[in-house]
Design a protein around this ligand. Structure first.
Ligand SMILES: NCc1[nH]cc(CCC(=O)O)c1CC(=O)O
Length: 314
């Protein structure tokens, strides 16, 4: 019997989503009479050790991912469950995303002191976020608001809403739902007016490219519509060489008959004064082509210059 070692970060969210994926993998392997067991291996990443510093300043894509990838290469672990939005565009050679399960709610949400939506925050209210993408879109919608960076995992950020002077914070719906903390949500922000991060709400299971046993098992948990959408979002990200250090977002969906993908993407400045936005549809047979095409449309409007100026100011 094969024992599958599962690498995970130690954060509550990472442990929770790993547990949820393993539960499903256990069911699926039983159904398909694949004999295996799972063992969890906790890994502390560089990203976890520096959560108190500005992540966007420390830079380096995939702060949470590098050490986990090393453990995969060294065969200390066999699979790793990641939030797709934390995954850098380029994986380490020899590794692959073996499966992308069905996406959770991709929206951002607001959690506010008075339980009000973004529109109803008082003039000049202080919003906590360390995401340049969220800062850009908040300031674009509500130029009167103020943004301050807030660090830490989800529950420490929720606590800071009460212990610090923030009036509201923005979080991903998916993280809150997976933790069972949906009751903290004051309002969802519509995707149409606030584009999520690339891969937001989706998980990815990484493994070694030559591990055929794992690839076969993981194929059972793949959700093709989510995978196609995330592939086009990531092709867009790669085409603009983007990461979490710049205000960039994209969200794709697939139509009911699974033939057409539609992607909306943004690039902007953290002050929200510049916000480029495009929507484009294309064939679901080539999701990467669609991602690259929407990047090209944004480049024609000056996306690369905007991103370069944001990086320069750091
Ligand atoms: N950047 C941190 C992070 N990475 C993944 C999630 C959870 C949501 C998801 O899986 O997309 C979060 C928290 C957040 O942004 O609120």
């Amino acid at each position: 019997m094969r024992t599958i070692k599962v690498g995970t970060r130690q954060s509550e969210l990472a442990l929770t989503q790993t547990g949820q994926v393993l539960e499903r993998l256990r069911e699926l392997s039983r159904e398909h009479q694949i004999v295996c067991e799972f063992e969890i291996v906790k890994i502390v990443t560089k990203g976890d050790r520096i959560l108190d510093t500005m992540l966007s300043k420390v830079g380096g894509k995939g702060l949470f991912v590098k050490e986990i990838e090393q453990a995969l290469m060294d065969k200390e672990i066999d699979i790793a469950i990641h939030s797709m939005k934390d995954m850098p565009f380029a994986l380490q050679d020899g590794l692959t995303i073996g499966a992308i399960p069905e996406r959770e709610d991709a929206r951002d949400v607001i959690v506010s002191k008075d339980n009000v939506s973004l529109e109803h925050l008082p003039i000049g209210a202080l919003v906590g976020t360390s995401s340049l993408r969220r800062a850009c879109q908040v300031m674009n919608l509500r130029p009167d608001l103020r943004i301050e960076s807030i660090r830490g995992n989800i529950d420490s950020r929720l606590n800071k809403l009460h212990t610090c002077s923030f009036d509201a914070i923005l979080l991903a719906a998916a993280g809150l739902k997976r933790m069972g903390w949906e009751d903290r949500i004051s309002a969802h922000v519509a995707i149409e007016q606030f584009v999520p991060a690339v891969g937001q709400g989706a998980l990815g299971i990484e493994c070694r490219s030559d591990d055929t046993f794992m690839l076969e098992l993981l194929a059972l948990i793949q959700h093709e519509p989510t995978a196609l959408a995330v592939r086009s979002e990531r092709a867009f990200l790669g085409s603009l060489n983007g990461g979490c250090e710049v205000p960039i977002g994209a969200h794709a969906t697939i139509d009911a008959d699974a033939t057409t993908l539609t992607v909306t993407a943004i690039v902007g400045t953290p002050d929200g004064r510049t916000l480029l936005r495009e929507t484009l549809s294309g064939s679901s047979t080539d999701p990467e082509a669609l991602g690259i095409a929407i990047a090209t449309k944004l480049k024609e409007q000056g996306a690369e210059q905007i991103l370069a100026s944001v990086r320069e100011r750091g």
